[in-house]
Ligand binder design. Structure first.
Ligand code: CO
Length: 169
């Protein structure tokens, strides 16, 4: 396994939609292993392949909770969504930035695992939010895109300041 470099906004990979996976091979297995290691290494609860500059529809999530476990998610698709939830989100590609984002409270997602087997997960709480956040990444959408125009402008201004401070260190 290897740690991969997490790209920061405004890297192009974060605003480019990822392509579906068609080969469930060793390369995919290595990608998933590396993504899990990279996510845990960065103390994240989710990581999309776009964030390591790989434009494939692959994401890993460990939303913790009562039964913490790693989810390996390939070619996910939201097939049902309901309810409203607004909560603070962060993103490994926006270090230090936290914004209140409106999402669905419950989602049903169909996805494939590393062997190509299909699964359906019904999620609520943090897992539902993480799924929506990561699937957005695969579509080239970042969490600040979910803000209204003024809030987005202010968030990106705060983020640029945070980045400049990071670069000064
Ligand atoms: Co993110």
């Amino acid at each position: 396994m290897a740690l991969r470099e997490i790209v920061l906004y405004p890297h192009d990979a974060l605003t480019t939609p990822a392509a579906p996976v068609s080969s469930f091979d060793d390369e995919l297995a290595t990608l998933l292993n590396d993504m899990a290691e990279t996510m845990y290494g960065a103390d994240g609860i989710g990581l999309a392949a776009n964030q390591i500059d790989v434009l494939q529809r692959v994401t890993v999530i460990d939303a913790g909770g009562e039964e913490p476990h790693l989810m390996e998610i390939v070619n996910p698709e939201i097939i049902d969504a309901s309810g409203q939830f607004k909560g603070s989100e962060g993103c490994l590609s926006f270090p230090g930035l936290h914004e209140d984002i409106k999402r669905n409270a419950e989602v049903t997602v169909r996805f494939q695992d590393r062997d190509g087997e299909e699964h359906i997960v019904e999620a609520e709480g943090l897992l539902a939010i993480a799924l929506q956040h990561e699937i957005d990444h695969l579509d080239g959408v970042v969490f600040t895109d979910r803000l209204g125009p003024l809030k987005k402008m202010m968030a990106l201004k705060r983020y640029r300041k945070l980045l400049a401070e990071l670069e000064d260190e």
